[in-house]
Ligand binder design. Structure first.
Ligand SMILES: *[C@@H]1O[C@H](CO)[C@@H](O)[C@H](O)[C@H]1NC(C)=O
Ligand SMILES: *[C@@H]1O[C@H](CO)[C@@H](O)[C@H](O)[C@H]1NC(C)=O
Length: 550
């Protein structure tokens, strides 16, 4: 109970903070939004008992609780319950007017009131989340039934929810034993139901990240798995004998705290053994971070929680999911590489990386041009001069490689060289390149730039070397993009706790989105069937601040 007391103290402190900041709020504004409300268990929580209609009972309980504590002059608009929480937290989420939220903070049974936050779409690096060959259908096979797998533990209570776009009978089996989705907080924030022509209101993954992380954790063994021939071999999840239950809490426009907490609440109620969270935001404090609160209550019931540190490195104090009661995991390199050499007319060779699916460019050298001499330093779509680029390899400045490659291709270019970030040093990430392309270090890009400016007729070729296992540079190393400590809340608690391979990992991808997440990229892979806990959608990283000319 010592830990429980600690949490209570934290919540009480926050109560005081909310009180302090709420002074002066008038009753006039009717701006209704979702709040997460933590209640003192002894006073306000409904009795917990296993029941099919537990959720409805708890929602009815909290609805009347709210009506009871709001004086009549504050009873309008009628508060609407979004969720009741009884495992990951004790309390509920409700749509309230601001003056109602301000009022209930004072009630002795209420510990804290937090506005529901949208977790900012965390920039994820698409190249670190590889796809799979269309012919191999790794995603379907990653979640395939395994006859040698025993049934899930008898304590497990989860199940798969069927919807028109997710046929649980077809998709679930003794590997994928649970599939649920949580979107009430999202819909409350949208102000209307999910547009099912735009996204699937079901456990189906239409983005890719969740499928990738779930198969990495516990996917079945898939022989002959590869991405466009790269990394060919038997792919399997690290805990290949584990069962997978997925809880989809992220949507096209973000992941809401109220949905994350609901997903964790359900996972705890389903009695999973391990919760793996590949999401997180930069919360101001641990006590209003749903992953921290949910993980705290999970750990108290013996459920192990691991969470991603994030992809915001190499800057200091960028790690997320910092609570001491969860294991925070950073990303490391492995000894597998996908070299793509850039060979220049002056005889120099620069070793880059690529996951280009096609053949080598011509063995002979072809003209090379710097993007800044062709109308668009960043190789932006529609801005490169076709007259200058046609038939050439284009050296672009730092941007989102797949978008840049599409722009080069549109302008008639036949290849691209894209720089990695300066702060990444010798580290770079492979892209699922659409055209012959190589990602090179920032320093090498500068050397290639100098050549384009000094040679009378600059020429180059790109040589794809396939998959290579090499000890040079040594591995594992912390990936440059992996978020770093120190812990910005409590420096004495070291975070991340551990690193694990997280660079260029071959795992399943959804058939609903291409590995590059570009609409122009038609390399859709086989239709996927699952969605695990997920990160926000991929967002291109464009860093116009970094220049090749230094
Ligand atoms: C769901 O899948 C099962 C098994 O493949 C099939 O028998 C059933 O007809 C499907 N249901 C629907 C509604 O498509
Ligand atoms: C992958 O490896 C298997 C076994 O060595 C081989 O039969 C298959 O052709 C390879 N596939 C590709 C695309 O390289």
């Amino acid at each position: 109970m010592g830990l429980g007391k600690t949490l209570l103290v934290v919540f009480s402190l926050l109560h005081a903070l909310v009180l302090a900041t709420s002074v002066g709020v008038e009753h006039a504004a009717d701006d209704v939004s979702t709040y997460i409300i933590h209640v003192a268990h002894v006073h306000a929580a409904p009795p917990t008992h296993a029941s099919q209609c537990m959720d409805q009972l708890a929602i009815a309980h909290y609805t009347s609780f709210l009506q009871g504590i709001l004086p009549s002059h504050l009873s309008e608009p009628t508060p609407r319950l979004v969720y009741a929480y009884s495992h990951a937290a004790t309390g509920f989420a409700a749509k309230l007017a601001k003056h109602q939220a301000t009022h209930i903070v004072h009630h002795p049974s209420i510990l804290a009131v937090f506005p529901d936050k949208r977790n900012e779409l965390q920039t994820t690096l698409s190249p670190s989340f590889l796809g799979l060959s269309p012919s191999n259908g790794l995603n379907r096979r990653s979640f395939t039934a395994d006859p040698s797998l025993p049934p899930p533990p008898s304590t497990f209570r989860g199940r798969c929810i069927s919807t028109p776009s997710f046929n649980a009978t077809a998709y679930c089996n003794n590997k994928l034993v649970g599939a649920k989705y949580f979107c009430r907080g999202y819909e409350a924030a949208l102000g209307h139901p999910i547009d099912e022509t735009q996204e699937s209101k079901s456990p189906l993954d239409t983005e890719g990240h969740g499928t990738h992380t779930a198969s990495t954790a516990a996917g079945s063994a898939v022989p002959g798995a590869n991405l466009f021939g790269y990394a060919n071999g038997t792919a399997q999840g690290m805990a290949v004998r584990a069962h997978i239950a997925v809880y989809k809490v992220c949507w096209a426009k973000g992941c809401y705290d109220s949905d994350i907490l609901a997903g964790m609440d359900e996972a705890i109620a389903d009695r999973v053994n391990v919760i793996s969270l590949s999401l997180g935001g930069r919360s101001e404090q641990l006590y209003n971070e749903p992953t921290s609160v949910g993980a705290f209550n999970a750990i108290r019931r013996g459920i192990f929680v691991s969470a991603a540190a994030g992809n915001d490195g190499p800057d200091m104090s960028t790690a997320n999911n910092l609570a001491p009661w969860m294991v925070t995991v950073g990303a490391s390199s492995i000894n597998r590489r996908f070299p793509a050499n850039v060979i220049l007319g002056n005889g120099e060779t620069y070793v880059g990386t690529s996951l280009y699916s096609g053949r080598n460019t011509a063995a002979s050298l072809i003209p090379l041009v710097y993007s800044g001499d062709a109308g668009s330093r960043l190789c932006e779509p529609g801005k490169l001069s076709r007259n200058i680029v046609i038939g050439k390899i284009v050296l672009c400045e730092i941007g989102y490689a797949p978008t840049q490659e599409a722009a080069v291709q549109q302008a008639g270019g036949v290849g691209a060289i894209v720089p990695s970030r300066n702060v990444y040093g010798q580290f770079f990430l492979s892209s699922p390149d659409l055209i012959p392309a190589s990602t090179v270090t920032f320093a090498d890009a500068n050397a290639i730039y100098s050549y384009t400016q000094s040679a009378a007729n600059p020429v180059a070729r790109i040589e794809f070397r396939g998959t290579m296992i090499s000890q040079s540079p040594s591995a594992p190393r912390v990936a440059a993009f992996s978020s770093r400590g120190p812990n910005r809340f409590v420096a004495e608690i070291l975070k991340p706790d551990i690193i694990a391979p997280g660079v260029d990992i071959l795992a399943a991808w959804t058939g609903e989105n291409s590995p590059s997440s570009l609409s122009i990229d038609t390399t859709l892979v086989e239709k996927s069937f699952v969605v695990p806990v997920c990160n926000p959608p991929l967002v291109p990283v464009v860093q116009p601040g970094l220049r090749i000319r230094d």
